[in-house]
Design a protein around this ligand. Structure first.
Ligand code: COA
Length: 326
């Protein structure tokens, strides 16, 4: 990983502001999720535009021009349009043409899935420099009323990017990635409409019932997230003959501070070895890990040779982990 970057919209939405739109409170949100505020994009802001800003920061850190990028991977569950993929719009925003642009649809695990694809591309020598982005605009798709309060207080908008480049240094780079999914639980955390199986894809009735908003069984998601993220970290450590005590920094997907804390406890890690920023951004889905990574780099939390672990869980269910020698 030769460059990291992030972008979050300027508008800060506090818990107190949310309590003006729905029956909730700062105390409830902080206690259950750890979230204090999140960012919401303004009218006209696009995922591709936010992804471009994060990408430019990552490319600058890497000392590369956009033209050095050989392939683009973009993870999102909130694409700018149904098609084409947001990666195509990002390619255009970066002034690039001809190189492949692929959207990854693995929700909160999208960045880790994308990292696995990028790593494989680089390893087999297909592409030398890969731009990997996680980006979401959740705010335009939330039910900001009491009916949707369990979901809408959790999510925020933002983008994070990483530039991956081939290296001959055997002591540096992605050690391994580990991916999983369990479609049996697809409806426990999902967005039902629009649906191509529905004629038409959205109906007045579905809109009135709010079935175009995301929904979840919160307690089930919580339970699975803690178990699956912990297992995925242990799987990655086992595959590399390492122990939890070898981890210098764990960046868990930022779903809920309580989930991160339970994973931390299960792995026996001290607080200083886990990076959390959900307090300021909420859950930005595919963007949480690359935003956190970019912030961790800027805070000096990673030194050359450190063992970085990423773990994610999300809708699908999907989950996974990665170990990186920094
Ligand atoms: N403000 C105030 N009250 C709320 C609320 C809100 N924003 N959202 C829900 N409530 C209410 C519920 O209606 C319920 O009321 P009741 O007891 O009168 O029925 C009460 O709070 C408790 O709800 P419950 O769902 O049992 O709370 P919880 O302890 O499970 O916490 C979550 C809810 C959503 C914070 C928690 O389940 C969670 O974080 N789950 C994982 C979500 C997640 O991470 N999703 C993305 C994964 S990638």
């Amino acid at each position: 990983m030769v460059g990291t970057g992030f972008y979050v919209p300027e508008r800060v939405v506090t818990n107190d502001e949310l309590s003006r739109y729905m029956d909730t409170s700062d105390a409830w949100i902080r206690e259950r999720s750890g979230i204090e505020e999140r960012r919401w994009a303004s009218e006209g802001t696009t995922c591709a535009g936010m992804a471009r800003r994060a990408s430019e920061m990552a490319l600058t850190e890497a000392g590369l021009r956009p033209g050095a990028v050989d392939a683009i991977l973009l993870a999102t569950l909130s694409p700018d349009h149904a098609f084409p993929g947001t990666s195509a719009f990002l390619q255009r925003e970066l002034g690039l043409t001809g190189i492949p642009a692929l959207d990854v649809r693995a929700q909160c695990t999208g960045f880790v899935y994308g990292l696995s694809v990028a790593d494989a591309w680089v390893r087999v020598g297909q592409y030398r420099t890969v731009l990997l982005v996680g980006v979401e605009i959740q705010s335009t798709g939330l039910d900001v009323s009491t009916r949707g309060r369990d979901m809408s207080v959790l999510f925020g908008d933002g983008a994070g990017a990483v530039v991956l480049q081939a290296t001959e240094d055997p002591d540096r780079g992605v050690l391994s990635t580990h991916l999983h999914a369990e479609g049996q639980n697809a409806e426990i955390l999902w967005c039902e409409f629009e649906s191509s199986a529905s004629h038409p894809r959205i109906s007045r009735e579905a809109l009135d019932e709010g079935r175009h908003y995301p929904s979840m069984v919160g307690k089930e998601v919580f339970r699975h997230a803690v178990a699956r993220m912990s297992e995925a970290v242990e799987e990655a450590l086992g595959a590399n003959g390492l122990a939890a005590s070898d981890i210098d920094l764990l960046i868990p997907h930022q779903a809920n501070l309580r989930i991160s804390q339970m994973v931390q406890r299960r792995l026996g890690l001290t607080e200083g070895r886990v990076f959390n920023n959900i307090q300021r951004y909420g859950n930005t889905t595919a963007a949480t890990i690359p935003i956190a990574l970019a912030e961790a780099v800027r805070e000096g939390r990673l030194e050359r040779g450190d063992l970085l672990c990423l773990a994610a869980f999300g809708s699908g269910f999907t989950w996974g982990s990665a170990l990186i020698r920094w």
